[in-house]
Design a protein around this ligand. Structure first.
Ligand code: AMP
Length: 220
């Protein structure tokens, strides 16, 4: 661990759809050798694999609404029990409701801090980003603006079904109603930080690293 902290990093990335949480979570996880746990990715994999859970989740996801807390809490609880999460983790897309946030508190060891970073981006920029965002049709990785093929596997790029303007507006309104309240749930904690997501990817990464270091410093 390069953060000079005796703690495993347990990072929760908050922020609206399109804030760049996924990209930043991926970079942070890779740098620190800890798993990135993205509930959106887990659900999309289940849809692709045609499992029972995927079948249940598909319609809800395509409409931009939220999958039930019971299902989501079960998925995350199971994932956090896997041994690789002992070294720390980055959560991307969870929690999304106050119920999920309360459940998460019961899943983590109290002796280890949960660092919460909220990535802030103005709404009109989010709409623009989501409408033009492309992901790999083969491996699902996000592609930078202007890319023609996937940098990881060479696959063709596609738009996510839920990235069309109508569903994007619905997802942003669901965020405001159901997820924004968890910012208030966490805001009073010593390990809560906000960062500006309307900057270059590198600048956001630098601010994220500084926010995590400061949060862990405040915990000690
Ligand atoms: P994301 O990739 O994080 O934008 O998630 C895509 C979709 O998956 C969301 O619009 C929801 O339908 C569903 N989803 C992902 N994470 C959660 C969660 N924690 N709670 C409920 N639904 C979720």
């Amino acid at each position: 661990m390069t953060l000079g902290s005796p703690y495993a990093v347990r990072l929760v990335m908050l922020g609206p759809p399109g804030a760049g949480k996924g990209t930043q979570a991926e970079r942070f996880a890779r740098t620190h050798g800890i798993p990135k746990i993205s509930t959106g990715d887990i659900l999309r994999e289940a849809v692709q694999a045609g499992t029972e859970m995927g079948r249940l989740a598909r319609e809800v996801m395509d409409a931009g609404r939220l999958v039930s807390d019971d299902i989501m809490i079960g998925i995350v609880r199971e994932r956090l029990e896997r041994p690789d999460a002992d070294a720390g983790f980055v959560l991307d897309g969870f929690p999304r409701t106050v119920g999920q946030a309360q459940a998460l508190d019961t899943m983590v060891d109290e002796a280890q801090p949960l660092v919460i970073v909220d990535v802030e981006v103005p709404t009109e920029i989010l709409v623009q980003r989501l409408r033009t965002r492309r992901i790999c049709g083969t491996c699902g990785v996000g592609a930078p603006p202007g890319a023609k093929v996937c940098a990881k596997c060479g696959g063709g790029l596609v738009q996510r079904v839920d990235d069309n303007e109508h569903v994007v507006r619905e997802r942003l309104s669901v965020y405001e109603r159901q997820t924004q309240p968890i910012v208030d749930f966490y805001a009073g904690r010593k390990t809560f930080r906000s960062i500006d997501g309307d900057q270059t990817e590198e600048s956001v990464s630098a601010d994220l690293a500084a926010a995590v270091a400061s949060a862990l410093g405040a915990y000690r």
